[in-house]
Design a protein around this ligand. Structure first.
Ligand code: MF3
Ligand code: CO
Ligand code: CO
Length: 253
């Protein structure tokens, strides 16, 4: 169940991979504005990864055709970058990047708000980031995995937003997707599974203004809300230490 448990020397590699992911986000952020296509963002990421000796973990994964996922407005996850999807004022977009560097993967996603965004959309984006940060803060050895979902629900429910149940976080390290699955809602099945030092996984809550369910586009990937409501997601790759949790997908000083 807990296959993604790593030694301290591997944590150094996970920091290196996560640093590239975080620096890539910082690099692309000034480009993410009205008028750019999601296809162009994909190309900028591809160049950055190449220049830094890293590669996209997404490209070719079950035939996935691009380097990142770009999920705009009602897209929950796995939006495929396209030259004919052009960001416009008022959009919210999630960019999700998993990169492999020296055999280790770092996985993170961030939201970007384009120009003047509605107050509802802003609240959704902020609540989702708060939910992720609150969940990271409770992670430590001995804490049941179910506490992650419990914590996210406590942040999200008062706002009346729903939490996607179909897509989950995951163990990560030498492979992109590993055990355990990380639920973003409470499920008692995870009460008995406790975090241990060395455990490495993602937390990546997706929350919606309307219903939680998704439907998949004819491209086989793009997952949208069934009711057209907005969706937001934030993601980090973290590791459990003796004292708590460290975030790998931040820029190293
Ligand atoms: N980055 C995604 C995650 O958070 C995985 C991307 S799926 C792919 O797990 F098909 F796009 F690769
Ligand atoms: Co991701
Ligand atoms: Co992930």
């Amino acid at each position: 169940m807990l296959s993604s448990v790593y030694a301290p020397k591997d944590f150094k590699r996970l920091y290196a991979a996560g640093d590239i992911v975080a620096r890539c986000f910082d690099y692309i952020s000034s480009n993410i504005k009205a008028g750019i296509s999601t296809g162009e963002i994909d190309r900028i990421v591809a160049e950055f990864l190449k220049a830094n000796g890293a590669k996209s973990s997404d490209l070719g994964y079950y035939g996935y055709p691009k380097h990142i996922c770009t999920s705009v407005n009602d897209v929950i996850v796995h939006g495929i970058p396209r030259d004919d999807v052009i960001l416009k004022d008022g959009d919210i977009v999630n960019v999700d990047l998993t990169a492999e560097y020296k055999g280790f993967h770092g996985d993170a996603s961030r939201m970007f708000m384009i120009g003047n965004v509605s107050s509802k959309a802003r609240e959704l984006v902020q609540t989702c980031q708060d939910a992720l940060n609150s969940a990271i803060a409770i992670c430590a050895p001995g804490v049941p995995l179910s506490e992650i979902g419990k914590t996210i629900e406590a942040v999200v429910n008062p706002h009346g937003f729903s939490i996607s149940r179909e897509f989950v976080g995951h163990g990560i390290g030498k492979v992109m997707h590993d055990e355990p699955q990380i639920y973003h809602f409470y499920d008692k099945k995870w009460d008995k599974i406790k975090m241990v030092p060395g455990l490495v996984f993602t937390i990546e809550p997706m929350i919606n203004t309307g219903r939680p369910e998704s439907k998949i586009d004819s491209d086989g990937w793009t997952a949208r809300t069934v009711d057209g409501g907005l969706s937001a997601q934030w993601e980090h790759t973290i590791g459990i230490t003796e004292d708590g949790a460290v975030i790998f997908t931040e820029v190293l000083n």
